[in-house]
Design a protein around this ligand. Structure first.
Ligand SMILES: O=C(O)CCC(=O)C(=O)O
Ligand SMILES: [Fe+2]
Length: 480
């Protein structure tokens, strides 16, 4: 049993908003116990003060010679009685920890749930992506101004410093310098000693790191310039001392810079399957190559509530290893996959997908619910595997098509991007995107490679299902 408890399953809070909400619960819990702890101590101190103030001169007058004092029988008797009766009680009272024992124990348990270093790293990566992908000004971001939206919070000097150090470590010296300078500008000498002693940044250190970062990027000849920069308003961005990298296709897409798509049709579809004659669908054609449709209002709020009502323990960490990305292993999001045991709702949904697509969804109801995290990002990948590279797929065929239900609105960021086709689709709660990954002859359609832009604001939930090629043999129409 002990051994079981010792194995602490590693949680990465940063990779889903679901898990981050749990971390907030932990913080609230810390606060509650700390408050209890302090109230208890305060009460005790009050009681002890009253006690001290109420003491008679007998206790207090140390100046009287002690021999003289005890020569008086009344003093001697009082002394003996006090030493025998009162002091032990007082000591017992001092030792009594009341309920704070519980508070301390509880706080100790919470410490076991502290995010680890790689969770911190994930959070930093998320913040880095939000800034970098959307080409935000660091000073705007620090003030909660992201992609035209004013958030209700600001970053503290410590937050800015953590980000600065992260950029510095990654040799992003210009951005590091920006963040050191912002940290300085929001830095105020902490009012309380604990902060000063344990975690507040030091002004001198920030100034030093600013200069070092600037020199790392430029050269020593820049020293006077860079000291001048240090005193300037951090709202004026630092000049680039090295050539700027131009934004990638994905970054351009995330910044909304893809050209507007052709005006394709938007209609009520009532013909794909008999079901749709009685329940026509709002169907929007997004693209003809690759074939992509967007359907509106195809998953209901009550269903979404049920699907997203999962505990963090039920979800696992999704990484790039399960996808065809060129990257090293990356943490993507938290995911819950249900197979055939998914229950009634899963069957309903899979049947609905069959009705919408006119395809045979096969015997399995494998569905994935995904919740993205802080700056959550899914790099470019394909949903097809390419059967020529993975011959083991011959049993079921490659992933012919993908169904992607958006279960939440994402107020800022979180666009699904097809860089090859220059398409960007913003999640809308209740909508579903549906596309073919393969050409008619079964070859992969490279234009279906896609990515998900970093989420800036919101909790991004999607439901994903792929349908396999060979199950569609008798169903799938050949599109031109
Ligand atoms: O979240 C999205 O928009 C896309 C998810 C995705 O690409 C996948 O699960 O393969
Ligand atoms: Fe995908």
């Amino acid at each position: 049993k002990k051994a079981e408890n010792d194995v602490v399953q590693e949680v990465i809070y940063s990779n889903s908003i679901r898990a981050l909400s749990e971390l907030r619960e932990i913080e609230n819990s810390y606060m509650e116990h700390l408050n209890n702890y302090v109230s208890f101590l305060q009460q005790k101190i009050k009681t002890l003060r009253i006690f001290i103030n109420s003491l008679t001169p007998n206790y207090l007058d140390h100046k009287v010679d002690r021999y003289k004092y005890v020569s008086n029988p009344l003093n001697s008797f009082g002394l003996l009685r006090r030493a025998h009766q009162d002091w032990p009680k007082l000591i017992a009272y001092l030792k009594d920890q009341g309920n704070i024992k519980v508070d301390i124990e509880e706080m100790n348990k919470l410490i076991n749930r502290t995010p680890h270093a790689n969770d911190m790293e994930e959070a930093l990566m998320g913040m880095d992506r939000i800034e970098h992908f959307y080409d935000l000004k660091s000073s705007d971001m620090a003030q909660g101004l992201v992609a035209g939206q004013q958030l209700s919070s600001r970053m503290s000097a410590s937050d800015c410093l953590a980000l600065a150090d992260y950029m510095y470590k990654r040799s992003e010296f210009r951005r590091a310098a920006e963040w050191y300078r912002i940290a300085l500008s929001v830095f105020t000498k902490p009012k309380n000693n604990i902060a000063f002693k344990f975690y507040a940044p030091k002004r001198k250190e920030l100034e030093k790191m600013f200069v070092i970062s600037r020199l790392q990027e430029g050269s020593v000849e820049n020293l006077t310039d860079c000291l001048k920069e240090l005193s300037q308003d951090p709202n004026n961005s630092l000049v680039h001392l090295r050539p700027r990298k131009s934004p990638t296709m994905i970054e351009q897409g995330c910044q909304g810079k893809f050209p507007p798509g052709p005006q394709l049709v938007c209609r009520y579809n009532s013909t794909t399957t008999p079901f749709m004659r009685i329940a026509p669908l709002k169907e929007e054609e997004i693209s003809r190559d690759p074939l992509i449709w967007l359907y509106h209002d195809v998953i209901y709020d009550s269903e979404i509530a049920q699907l997203t009502n999962v505990t963090r323990e039920e979800m696992i960490l999704g990484t790039t290893t399960n996808y065809t990305t060129p990257d090293r292993v990356n943490r993507l999001f938290h995911i819950k996959v249900t197979d055939d045991d998914g229950g009634k709702l899963d069957k309903t949904l899979v049947n609905r997908m069959a009705d919408i697509s006119g395809l045979d969804v096969g015997n399995t109801t494998t569905l994935a619910r995904i919740n993205y995290g802080l700056g959550g990002y899914f790099q470019e990948h394909s949903d097809y595997m390419d059967i020529k590279l993975y011959p083991e797929l011959t049993e079921e065929g490659d992933r012919l098509m993908t169904f992607l239900f958006y279960m939440t609105d994402v107020p800022v960021g979180g666009t699904t991007i097809f860089p090859g086709a220059q398409l960007a689709i913003q999640p809308k709660k209740g909508s579903a995107l549906f596309w073919y990954n393969l050409h008619n002859n079964g070859d992969p359609n490279l234009l279906t490679r896609h990515a998900v832009c970093p989420t800036i604001v919101g909790s991004r939930w999607v439901l994903v299902k792929s349908m396999l090629n060979y199950e569609q043999m008798f169903k799938k129409p050949c599109y031109k």
